[in-house]
Design a binder for this molecule. Structure first.
Ligand code: ADP
Ligand code: TYD
Length: 230
């Protein structure tokens, strides 16, 4: 885990690696996070597979607050606070302890999702809220994953996959094609700005083809940064 300024640091950093998956709804992140966890476990690694919002009992309670109910239930600013509160609890209760044990943590969404989903929203002054997201992140979270997979897919494909899934957690999935397209472009901009951390993977192929590309990149990263576990 890469520690930025303002680390939450409650315990010693272990040797574990922290990998996140990002992308628009329906891009295949959850599928790929699961397939990577399976492959790394088969290779003998201890893996904690987790997701945001959620990943700890407290954060799962916040998940219900933010994902269920009418779309205008929370202001964008309140959403930033809720997602960041959930992330802080997840980090304290699940991610840091796992990394301290030396486990590999695979997380379906992390702070890049807040940078996009809340950061692209407009505040009362008309400017987007990205600076507010970054400020709170630095104060309250202060860490980035070691490696992030951006599963890149066009907005129409993502939307049709997400809609076909049809869950009760619809607050964000109802946002429509234009926003999905802006979100995709925003994620690609993030990847350009952080090319060492964020690997862009084409999500259009079969799940197996995408998984093979992800695994190759993950093994290259893990091989460079941590010895294989017994
Ligand atoms: P996300 O977590 O990004 O929203 P999911 O992994 O839940 O995406 O996938 C969304 C839907 O698309 C699921 O029904 C899943 O089975 C399907 N799916 C995932 N990956 C692919 C793929 N590469 N090709 C076709 N369908 C896929
Ligand atoms: P998730 O359950 O991962 O949905 P999906 O499988 O469709 O990606 O995430 C639920 C929603 O929460 C998703 O639409 C994105 C949104 N979200 C934010 O708006 N901000 C955040 O910080 C996070 C982590 C998620």
């Amino acid at each position: 885990m890469a520690v930025g300024s303002g680390s939450v640091g409650s315990g010693a950093e272990g040797s574990g690696r922290f990998i996140s998956f990002e992308g628009i709804d329906g891009s295949g992140k959850s599928t790929q996070a699961r397939l990577l966890a399976d492959a790394l476990r088969a290779a003998g690694r201890q893996v904690v597979l987790t997701r945001e919002p959620g990943g700890s009992p407290g954060a799962d309670e916040i998940r219900r607050l933010v994902l269920e109910g009418p779309p205008d239930r929370w202001s964008p600013e309140t959403e930033i606070l809720l997602f960041t509160a959930a992330r802080r609890d997840h980090l304290e209760k699940t991610i840091r302890p796992a990394l301290a044990r030396g486990d590999t943590v695979i997380c379906d969404r992390f702070a890049d999702s807040t940078r996009m989903y809340q950061g692209l929203r407009r505040g009362p002054e008309g400017a987007d809220l990205r600076a507010m997201v970054d400020d709170l992140h630095q104060r309250m979270i202060g860490v980035e994953p070691d490696l992030t997979f951006l599963i890149d897919i066009d907005a129409d494909t993502g939307l049709s996959r997400a809609v076909a899934r049809n869950t009760v957690e619809q607050r964000f999935e109802d946002m429509g094609r234009d926003l999905q397209a802006r979100m995709r472009a925003g994620f690609l901009d993030l990847a350009k700005a952080a090319p060492k951390r964020i690997a862009v993977i084409d999500g259009q192929g079969s799940p197996e083809a995408v998984a093979a590309a992800v695994l190759t990149r993950a093994l290259a990263h893990l091989g460079q940064t941590a010895g294989p576990q017994a």
